[in-house]
Design a protein around this ligand. Structure first.
Ligand SMILES: Nc1nc2c(ncn2[C@@H]2O[C@H](COP(=O)(O)OP(=O)(O)O)[C@@H](O)[C@H]2O)c(=O)[nH]1
Ligand SMILES: [Mg+2]
Length: 474
């Protein structure tokens, strides 16, 4: 894709309207592109296709696009028009008559294979071949079978020309190396840009040991052994073809179900779980290289994230209005916590005369004292005696909020702060076979801390992980 970008950059900077340009971009691909009304239309094809062949298809695509999207950016909306355009492109793909040919020695099983994987009527190609269609996922290809019982017929060249994929089939139980080499050469000469899939057939007719011998003798690395009489072989071959052609996998059937589920979780108000579900869908889309829904999904995540932020902002405001404010001294405690204590490594060295060593020691003492005092701030006497505190502001007794045994001590919060709660939670969730991003884990932890108003324990984390996993698997 970087190559493509470099090649078309000058055309993007200074578009030349109405003319089709054509360039190879790598060993395997070439591009065809044309600009119209400030939109650049780009086809990436393998090296088999010619300009004459692609031009009308590209032009038709532009006409269709302009008809469906008078405003070009509308193409990113996932609606009926977008669907119609995608269907149109699939049809164009079929119009391009990508050609798959089956070659190989007589009686290797070619016609058997042809009949097994074809999905349309058969038409005759002159006197030497038959053709039909093979459908793989939603894509259609022309499929050709050679009819003459002659391994060295001159018509093989004509048969192979212009193919995108050559399937070479031979009989593992009976073959001649010379004949197989002849077919390999034909592919190289007549269709050097096509992909090649080599199938060793009649696997059922030979044993494991002989198979090893055959593979060594042939010295071809990529032989797929198959048996056409075996169950499930049709799907297996389709998969092999899709893999050899590097076809994009279709989104799994349950993708839409998952999408609806995420929406209902969102409507139900469980925003954090909804975000997790949408992110999962983005991950699937990326895995399948299907970007149909990506922009919608990303917009959803962004919207929910904003909602969550708004809610937590609102909660903060409400909380600050609540008559439960931290007394000033507690806030001071937190400041003391982050203050770096002077150390020998400290870059700021005290001036030798004004601040002698003894003074530093002396200045540290109150800090330590302050720490002990801070702990006492949670005591009942403090709540009533401290003058700074507006008594009316304290509507909750400290014992009701944080039971004595769970009150944070400085020591505790120091060791707790070393724990990476979000990471721990993420690991627990992953252990249960689910996933949640580290950001969302952080949010969950923040929520949990707000709700519990005390340092978190491992049990809290476990409960949160279980809660998430349970909801996630609904
Ligand atoms: N046992 C066995 N027989 C097969 C297999 N594949 C094809 N055959 C048989 O091999 C014979 C020749 O197949 P055919 O498709 O006519 O070969 P072609 O000349 O290459 O078109 C047919 O009778 C098939 O039934 C296989 O995997 N196992
Ligand atoms: Mg045949």
């Amino acid at each position: 894709m970087n190559n493509v970008r470099t090649v078309i950059q000058s055309f993007l900077d200074m578009p030349t309207m109405g003319k089709i340009f054509h360039r190879p971009v790598s060993e395997n691909f070439q591009i065809f592109h044309k600009s119209e009304k400030n939109v650049l239309f780009l086809f990436i094809t393998d090296l088999v296709d010619s300009l004459e062949y692609i031009s009308p298809i590209l032009d038709n695509t532009i006409i269709k696009f302009n008809e469906l999207f008078p405003n070009p950016t509308d193409v990113s909306n996932p609606d009926d028009k977008k669907r119609e355009f995608v269907d149109f492109l699939r049809e164009q793909q079929h119009q391009m008559h990508s050609k798959i040919v089956i070659i190989g020695p007589t009686s290797s099983g070619k016609s058997y294979l042809f009949n097994m994987i074809k999905s349309d009527q058969v038409r005759q190609i002159m006197n030497f071949a038959k053709a039909s269609v093979i459908t793989i996922d939603n894509l259609k290809f022309d499929l050709w079978d050679f009819e003459l019982k002659d391994n060295f017929s001159l018509l093989w060249s004509k048969f192979i020309q212009g193919s995108d994929l050559v399937v070479l089939l031979f009989d593992l139980s009976s073959y001649h190396i010379r004949v197989i080499e002849h077919f390999l050469n034909l592919q190289k000469q007549e269709s050097k840009f096509s992909k090649l899939l080599i199938l060793g057939n009649n696997r059922d007719k030979i044993n494991k040991k002989d198979l090893k011998i055959v593979k060594n003798a042939l010295n071809i690395s990529d032989i797929e052994e198959i048996s056409l009489v075996e169950k499930g072989v049709r799907e297996k071959i389709k998969l092999l073809i899709a893999r050899t052609l590097n076809l994009k996998k279709l989104l799994p059937h349950h993708f839409i179900e998952l999408f609806n589920e995420a929406e209902s979780v969102e409507n139900g108000g469980n925003l954090i779980l909804a975000i997790a579900k949408y992110k999962e869908l983005i991950k699937i889309s990326n895995n399948y290289q299907d970007f149909t829904y990506i922009s919608t999904l990303k917009a959803k995540v962004e919207k929910i994230q904003e909602e969550i932020d708004e809610q937590s902002e609102l909660r903060k405001q409400i909380e600050s209005k609540k008559k439960f404010e931290m007394p000033g001294k507690i806030q001071f405690t937190q400041r003391v916590q982050v203050q770096p204590l002077p150390s020998s490594k400290s870059q700021i060295k005290p001036p030798p005369i004004e601040v002698p060593k003894a003074t530093i020691k002396a200045s540290r003492t109150p800090v330590v004292k302050q720490e002990t005092e801070d702990l006492l701030l949670f005591s009942e006497s403090d709540a009533s005696e401290t003058v700074d505190i507006d008594k009316e502001d304290i509507t909750l007794h400290i014992d009701e909020v944080i039971p004595e045994e769970k009150r944070p001590t400085l020591e505790q919060s120091e060791s707790e702060s070393k724990k990476n709660y979000p990471k721990m939670l993420q690991e627990m969730i992953e252990l249960s076979g689910s996933t949640l991003s580290i950001n969302l884990c952080s949010q969950l932890i923040t929520e949990l801390q707000k709700t519990l108003a005390r340092p978190l324990t491992d049990e809290d984390l476990e409960a949160a992980a279980n809660f998430f996993v349970k909801h996630d698997s609904l």
